[in-house]
Design a protein around this ligand. Structure first.
Ligand code: SAH
Length: 498
């Protein structure tokens, strides 16, 4: 009996500007059916938390300091995954067709007759000003709105017709314009715009850390630089910018400037998340994922049998370390059989895990990233040496890409699975203001999920003494709620200094 192969399909889905509440109902429904999710950096963490655990996640966005996956490769990933019979959700920031290259991604699919749908999203061009208290049109001021990209292929001269823009006298919204801000403002002034025309730049709109600078078209570049405004940001030029003085609202909500992580065992603490959201907080749900070593792992056993073939073992997580040593123990392999093999680790948490096994790592990259580990390894490995990579099933490509490029031989062996899909997205980072823990097991789950975190920087709001004790064990900054209730936790958060 042969099961009929599922026909693959692609959904181009707009994720909105960042606030998870601005994701469309249709987008969420489609996401729930996804086998594969291909996502950008601009997709909000709150939305990434909605990706179902069974879906495979492929990041194609820019990671700090590294280039994004080139467009033609993204197109090919979509095609390949759809041809393999998957439901592919291509999640893009804002709206997929507004400066989102959505059209380019459909071309290859069309040529191969892959069925697709488009789910529009709320664009940052309208919603970021709205969260900054700026209605993009107002009858007293303007009768048109123009959305322009500040990013042109040739960095120098933009093909923007500033004279036409000035003549139209409407509100102007520039996306991707942070780097080009001086050029944009100069272009408008030279085209005859009056120098005191109100203008604003709005950074990280709809998040808890949104900021804005309101000035004039002549002073905006200087003021934005003083404030250290960075991308992503939207530039608005027009009289409507003055309305912000009266209409600001987002950061005035009780928790409007707080980004709070809610660790949840399965689906339980969503009432806490809902209440925090209602008070304006940006909530990131962090499922506390359990990892599980792969049972009867033949590939790993084989590697262990010929362990002397490897000059290096590279670990990318504490869970990988645990699973590897557990397999050694199972096979009654003595620790001394690793003598002479060099050990690389991705970061401090993984290093601690190998140290607990009595081994001190030979290599750890300066920054915690798979790519940095791969690059440093590629440099350290001598010709003819082989690397063993015991890591998560469906680990990212980041580590192995530099190895492949350098033609280094390695064995990438899955040693553990996570029972909630693949890599944990989102993880903790320093943009999170505080983490709410509702049980000691959520603390342990959080630690497991975020092994390379400096816990002393984590502000933990704990529901009771036991939870607090668990958090204190890891050196977190602990605040305990008066009573062991969700409402008391919320009161505690409201009383805390931002
Ligand atoms: N398709 C997207 C735009 C992609 S271009 C949309 O419809 O929103 C990327 C640009 O969008 C950024 O350079 C920035 O100008 C803007 N942008 C996206 N998200 C933003 C946010 N949360 N805050 C400010 N600007 C944002």
């Amino acid at each position: 009996m042969t099961a009929e192969k599922k026909q693959g399909k692609v959904w181009l889905v707009g994720a909105g500007p960042s606030d998870a509440g601005l994701f469309t109902l249709k987008g969420k429904a489609v996401l729930e059916t996804a086998d594969v999710v291909v996502y950008d950096k601009l997709v909000g963490q709150g939305i990434m938390a909605m990706v179902p655990s069974h879906a495979r996640k492929i990041s194609v966005g820019k990671e700090a300091g590294h280039h994004p996956v080139p467009q033609h490769e993204i197109n090919e990933i979509l095609l390949r995954e759809a041809l393999a019979g998957n439901y592919v959700v291509r999640l893009k920031g804002g709206d997929p067709f507004l400066f989102g290259r959505g059209g380019e991604e459909l071309e290859l699919l069309c040529r191969h007759n892959i069925p697709f749908e488009v789910v529009p999203g709320i664009t940052s061009a309208l919603s970021v000003p709205a969260y900054g208290g700026i209605p993009v049109t107002h009858r007293d001021f303007c009768s048109s709105l123009h959305i322009i990209t500040g990013h042109t292929k040739k960095a120098e001269e933009a093909d923007v017709d500033y004279e036409a823009l000035v003549r139209l006298n409407g509100t102007l919204v520039f996306l991707m314009g942070v780097a080009a801000m001086p050029r944009i403002c100069r272009g408008l002034l030279e085209a005859g715009m009056k120098p005191d025309m109100p203008a604003a730049v709005l950074e990280r709109g709809t998040t808890a850390h949104q900021r804005r600078v309101v000035a004039t078209v002549s002073s905006l570049p200087g003021e934005a630089e003083k404030a250290g405004i960075k991308t992503p940001a939207v530039i608005v030029v027009g009289q409507v910018c003055t309305l912000e003085r009266d209409f600001h609202w987002a950061e005035d909500r009780p928790l409007g400037t707080r980004k709070i992580a809610v660790t949840r065992p399965k689906d339980r603490s969503s009432s806490l998340a809902k209440k925090l959201q209602a008070l304006g907080a940006e909530v990131v749900l962090m499922p506390t994922i359990e990892t599980r070593p792969i049972a009867d792992n033949r590939r790993l056993y084989q590697a262990l049998e010929q362990i002397k073939a490897y000059s290096w073992i590279a670990f990318t997580s504490a869970a990988g370390v645990q699973a590897f040593y557990a397999a050694m123990k199972e096979k009654k392999m003595d620790i001394r059989s690793l003598a002479g093999i060099k050990i690389a680790v991705i970061g401090a948490g993984t290093r601690r895990a190998v140290e607990e096994k009595g081994v001190f790592a030979d290599l750890m990259p300066e920054v915690y990233s798979g790519e940095a580990l791969g690059r440093d390894l590629a440099k350290a490995v001598s010709p003819g040496e082989r690397i063993l990579l015991p890591r998560a099933a469906m680990g990212t490509e980041a580590v192995i890409r530099p190895l492949r490029d350098a033609e280094i031989s390695f064995d990438d062996i899955a040693v553990y699975e996570t029972n909630e899909g693949n890599q944990p997205v989102p993880g903790y980072d320093d943009t999170v203001d505080c983490v709410a823990f509702t049980s000691a097991s959520t603390v342990r789950g959080f630690v497991k999920l975020n092994p390379d975190t400096d816990y002393s920087q984590v502000k933990a709001i704990c529901i009771g003494e036991q939870t607090a004790a668990a958090a204190e064990k890891y050196g977190m900054q602990v605040t305990v709620s008066k009573q062991a209730t969700i409402d008391s936790m919320i009161e505690t958060i409201l009383r805390m200094e931002p």
